[in-house]
Design a protein. Sequence first.
Length: 310
Amino acid sequence: MRKVIIWGIGNEYESIINQIKFEMLKGNMVVEALVSRDIVTPYFDGFPVIHKEELNMLEFDYCIISSAPLYESIEEEAIKAGIPKGKLINGKVFKLPDFKKYINLIENPVTILSDDCWGGYVYNLLGLQFSSPTINIAWRKDSYIKFVKKIDDYLEQPLLMLREGNIRNNAYPIGVLRDKVGEEVIVDFVHCASFEEAKCQWDRRKARVNRNNIFIKFGFDVCDEKSGEYLKEFENFEAPKIGFYSGETDTAHIVLLDRFLWKQEQDMKKGKRIDCISYNDFCRNMKVMQKSISLLSLLNGEKEYLRESR
């Protein structure tokens, strides 16, 4: 059971308090106090209400910030009050139950290796620190496969510049990693303005890699001429994984979402072309992910993570 405090008792608090009480009922957490600037009553919902100056009188594991509009300013206040950033939790996660599974991902950070922005979107949705260098990168499939298969070798090597970014020329920076035998992987930093920025982000996030909890995402389309080869490579990835591919296959861990097929059917009825949307692109939509997959269950290694099934 984790001891928590809740900072903020405004509108967002009202939207998550029932879920918090449910987690308390399950024995996953206990609320030690609520933190508020204005104390109009000593107890609220049965919890003591305190000023931030009283925090040093309490022992707690995590601080839940229940104010999205003021999150950054409260986070700054909390850190100044002596609460480590790693103990701060965005209250929005209580819209994605359950707390125990979420805490597992904080206390044993998951390193999501992703061939596109899917991993970054998931980290942002769950309010988790980026524990992977593969953020904001559009990987070339062949380079990504090599990187995943020999991740330890490549992470030991320095990131070198292949091309500098140039905003005026619409050119993003490109890096290269060379393993011990000189084999290369190309890294396209499509969301960075300069190689210096890209390398800084890469090195900072590389240092957070948790080799004991790696999860792999890989996606590709039926029309890709190498899709058969990619299926075989995906099958050989040894870590927990998920693959997004809409073609016929019996490869394990490849997921075809019913929501995608339903959308295709709806588009056909409206006279739209059904070949104009990539299934892999479709799966980067986090609203789709939330409806189709329990991400907390998926990243905690549970077999039953699909919310929609045939």
